[in-house]
Design a binder for this molecule. Structure first.
Ligand code: IVH
Length: 678
C-alpha cells in the first residue's frame, strides 16, 4: 500500500471511530457532545472518502447501517454456550427458597445479588471481533438462532465499533441482550399501519419481532428499535468477576447500552423485594415493557459452581410481575366490516378491569385467529393488556366449558349489506365482495376525510354515518356536490358547522398528490408509499397505465404493493371515480411544471424545530427544499410534517394540537433515504 493510501485508510478509520463515539453519546447515553454541523462534516467527509475508495468500505462503517438488499432467508447460527431461559417465580416464598438454595450450594452465609429489570423484547446475541460487530442472531430454540446481522446493524444504539477508553477491547466478545420497541414508538407505528390499511401489531414485543425478522433490512431501518445488553456470554483475555461490574463498567466502557438504571446490588431477600416493588410501581412509566425483575448471583465464578438445571441456570431467577390480564367470558362474537371490506370478528366480553381500564371488547383479528385459539361464544378467556395497548385474547379455557358454548362461524353474507363474502387464498381472511356495502362506504369516507388524507375539518365519524344512512353520499365525490341545504338536514348540524365543512372541502381541492393517493384508499398504500408513488408518477392519470413490473422497479415497492396499485388503477370503476374527481377539479399534480412533480418531496410542507444532530436546521431545510418540499417557519394546517429534535417546544405542541405528524430526526432521515435512493 502506498503512503497516501495508508493515510486515507487511517483517516477513514479515525472518522469511523469518531462518528461511532458520537452515535454512542447520542443513542446510548442520550447526551450529545458535538454540534450537528460538526457531526455532519465528519459524516460527509467519511462518505466522500469511501466513495473515492470503494475498496475501503467495510460493513462496520457508520455509512453502512442501512441500504443492504433483502436476502432470500436467514442463515442458522449456533449458540455456544446456549441461550438459556430463566426459571420464573411469582412469590416472596419462592425467592426465599432460591436464596436459601444458592447459599446452601455455595456454602456461604451471605451472598450478593444483582437485580435488574426483565425486559420484554426479543433476545439477541451480538458477536464482536477486534471491536467490530461481526454478527447478530436471534435466540431461536436457544441452541440455534437466525442470522439477523444486517437488520441489527440498522439499530442506532448497537455500536458497530466498540468503545475502548477505560477497558481494552477483547479479541472476541459475545454479548446478549434484548431488542425492543419503546411503547411511544409502538403506538405511532401502529397508527401509521392502520392508516395504510395494514393490521396493527398486538403489542410492542410483536412489533419488535416483526421488525427484526424482516428479510428486507431497509424495513427494519425504518422501525424505531432499541437494544439493551445484560450479559457477557464469552470474552477473551479479560475476566470480569462480577455481574455488577459487567453492567456498571465493562458494557458501558465498550459503548454497549446496558441501561444502568434501575439496578440494585442486594444482599438480602428484603432488599430484593424492595427493588421488585420499586420497579413494579414504576412499570407504567417505563417506555419499554418490563415483565419482572431478574435476580442474578453477583459473583461470576459462582455461576459455574451452581451450573444449570435442564435449561435454566441455577444462579438466576425471573421474579415475574403479575400479568395485566384477567379471565372473563365471551358474551358474543360480532363481525365488523372495514374500509377495504375486511371482516373482523370482535369479541364482546363481560366487562372486566385490567390495569386500571375496563375492557369490554377485543379484536379477534380474523377467522384464522379464532380457529387457532379455539374461542367460542360463552367461553372463559384470558384477556391481557400490555400497558395502554389494545386488549387481546390470549387463550380460551376449554376445560371450563359447560357444553352451552357455540363455535363461531364466519357469516357467508356480509353482516351489513348481505353481499357474498370471499375468503382469502390462505383461508384466514374474509372480505365483503360488494364495493357498495354501506359499512365499507362509511369507513372509506371516514378515511378519505381523515387527517393524513384530505383532512376535512369537522367531518367526523357521526356525520359520515348520517350522510351514508340518509343516502346523501354514495361515494367520496358526492361530498363535493352537497349544498348547504343538504348538510343542515343532518341532526345537530348548524349552518356555521356546515359552512366550515364546506370551506374545508373547497380547500381540499388543492390537496397534494401524496395525500390524494392516501385518500383513495388503495389497499396497502399509506403515507409512506403514497410519497414514494408521487415521486415517480406526476399525477393519478400517470398511474393508470402502470404495470406491476413498472411499479416493482421502484425501490421500496414490493410485489404485493405493486399488484395492489396496478389492480386499483386498472379497475374500470376506479377509473370512473378518478374521472369524476377530475371533473370536480381534484387532479393533484396536474398543474405542476414539467419535472416538478418528480421531485420526491414536492407538494409537502415541512417545518423544522428543536435541535437536530445530523444537520443544522438550515441544512435540513435546504435539503428538503432541494427535494421539492416547501419549508415554512410556523406550524399551520397546511403543514404536512413537523420534524422535531430535542427542545421542540411550542411548535411541537401546536403540531400535536392540529394532529400533524411529528417525525424525529431519525424518521426524517429514513424518509430522505427512501426518497433519495430513487
Ligand atoms: S439474563 C440464562 N437478564 O429473559 C439466561 N435475561 O426468560 C440469562 N431477559 O432469554 C438471561 N431481561 O431474553 C437476563 N435483565 C435480563 C433480562 C433477560 C430479559 C430475557 C432474556 C432471556 C429470557 C429468559
Amino acid at each position: 500500500m502506498s503512503e497516501s493510501a495508508k493515510d486515507v485508510a487511517g483517516e477513514i478509520r479515525r472518522l469511523r471511530e469518531e462518528i461511532s463515539r458520537h452515535d454512542y453519546y447520542y443513542h446510548v447515553l442520550d447526551d450529545p457532545r458535538i454540534e450537528d454541523r460538526e457531526y455532519d462534516r465528519l459524516f460527509a467527509r467519511l462518505r466522500r472518502l469511501e466513495e473515492e475508495n470503494p475498496e475501503l468500505v467495510t460493513p462496520d462503517s457508520p455509512t453502512q447501517r442501512v441500504g443492504l438488499k433483502p436476502r432470500p432467508g436467514f442463515a442458522a447460527v449456533e449458540h455456544d454456550p446456549p441461550m438459556l431461559s430463566l426459571r420464573a417465580i411469582y412469590t416472596e416464598e419462592e425467592l426465599v427458597s432460591f436464596d436459601a438454595t444458592c447459599r446452601r450450594e455455595l456454602k456461604r452465609e451471605s451472598l450478593d445479588y444483582v437485580a435488574e429489570p426483565k425486559y420484554d423484547g426479543l433476545a439477541v446475541e451480538l458477536v464482536y471481533e477486534d471491536g467490530r460487530l461481526l454478527g447478530a442472531s436471534t435466540r431461536g430454540d436457544g441452541y440455534t438462532g437466525e442470522d439477523i446481522t444486517s437488520n441489527v446493524r440498522t439499530i442506532p444504539s448497537v455500536p458497530l465499533i466498540l468503545g475502548d477508553r477505560e477497558v481494552p477491547v477483547p479479541g472476541r466478545l459475545v454479548v446478549r441482550g434484548e431488542v425492543y420497541m419503546a411503547r411511544s414508538s409502538f403506538e405511532k407505528l401502529n397508527r401509521r399501519r392502520e392508516d395504510a390499511g395494514e393490521a396493527p401489531f398486538a403489542n410492542p414485543r410483536n412489533a419488535a419481532a416483526g421488525s427484526l425478522r424482516q428479510l428486507d433490512p431497509r424495513i427494519t431501518a425504518q422501525r424505531p428499535l432499541k437494544i439493551v445488553i445484560y450479559q457477557i456470554a464469552e470474552v477473551s483475555g479479560i475476566a470480569p468477576r462480577r455481574q455488577w461490574d459487567v453492567l456498571d463498567r465493562f458494557l458501558p466502557a465498550w459503548h454497549l447500552r446496558s441501561k444502568s438504571e434501575p439496578k440494585a446490588l442486594c444482599s438480602s431477600v428484603s432488599e430484593l423485594m424492595d427493588f421488585y416493588g420499586k420497579v413494579l410501581a414504576d412499570r407504567e412509566e417505563a417506555d419499554l415493557e418490563l415483565d419482572g425483575v431478574v435476580i442474578k448471583v453477583d459473583r461470576l465464578d459462582y455461576w459455574d459452581l451452581l451450573g444449570t438445571r435442564s435449561r435454566d441456570p441455577r444462579w438466576a431467577v425471573a421474579f415475574k410481575f403479575p400479568a395485566r390480564g384477567a379471565v372473563t367470558r365471551v358474551q358474543d362474537i360480532i363481525v365488523q366490516v372495514g374500509r377495504t371490506g375486511r371482516l373482523t370478528p370482535l369479541a364482546i366480553l363481560e366487562p372486566v378491569e385490567i390495569g386500571g381500564a375496563t375492557v369490554s371488547r377485543a379484536s379477534l383479528h380474523n377467522r384464522g385467529e379464532v380457529e387457532r385459539k379455539d374461542i367460542r361464544i360463552g367461553d372463559h378467556v384470558l384477556v391481557e393488556r400490555a400497558g395502554d395497548v389494545i386488549p387481546y385474547v390470549v387463550r380460551s379455557f376449554p376445560e371450563r366449558r359447560t357444553g352451552e358454548e357455540t363455535p363461531f362461524s364466519m357469516p357467508t353474507g356480509c353482516p351489513v349489506c348481505g353481499s357474498e363474502v370471499l375468503m382469502s387464498e390462505d383461508g384466514k381472511d374474509d372480505r365483503c365482495a360488494s364495493l357498495g356495502c354501506p359499512a365499507q362506504l362509511k369507513e372509506r369516507i371516514k378515511h378519505f376525510a381523515s387527517k393524513s388524507a384530505m383532512d376535512i375539518e369537522g367531518l367526523g365519524d357521526k356525520t359520515v354515518d348520517a350522510l351514508v344512512e340518509k343516502g346523501l353520499v354514495r361515494h367520496a365525490t358526492d361530498l363535493y356536490r352537497l349544498e348547504l341545504e343538504d348538510w343542515i338536514t343532518l341532526d345537530r348540524m348548524g349552518e356555521k358547522s356546515a359552512g366550515n365543512i364546506m370551506a374545508s372541502l373547497e380547500e381540499s381541492r388543492e390537496v397534494s398528490l401524496p395525500r390524494f393517493l392516501v385518500a383513495l384508499g388503495i389497499p396497502l398504500v399509506g403515507e409512506h408509499l403514497a410519497r414514494v408513488l408521487a415521486a415517480h408518477f406526476p399525477s393519478p392519470a400517470a398511474l393508470e397505465g402502470a404495470t406491476p413490473g413498472d411499479l416493482m422497479d421502484i425501490d421500496g415497492i414490493g410485489p404485493e404493493v405493486a399488484r395492489s396499485v396496478a389492480t386499483f388503477f386498472a379497475d374500470e370503476g376506479n377509473l370512473e371515480i378518478l374521472a369524476k374527481f377530475r371533473e370536480l377539479g381534484l387532479d393533484p399534480g396536474a398543474d405542476l411544471p414539467e419535472g416538478e412533480a418528480h421531485r420526491p418531496l414536492s407538494g409537502l410542507t415541512v417545518v423544522f424545530t428543536g435541535r437536530l444532530e445530523r444537520w443544522t436546521r438550515g441544512e435540513a431545510a435546504d435539503l428538503a427544499e432541494s427535494l421539492g418540499a416547501r419549508v415554512t417557519s410556523s406550524v399551520s394546517r397546511e403543514t404536512d410534517y413537523l420534524v422535531a429534535g430535542p427542545g421542540g417546544g411550542s411548535k411541537l405542541d401546536r403540531a400535536r394540537e392540529l394532529g400533524i405528524p411529528v417525525l424525529d430526526e431519525e424518521e426524517f432521515a429514513a424518509m430522505l433515504r427512501d426518497v433519495a435512493s430513487e
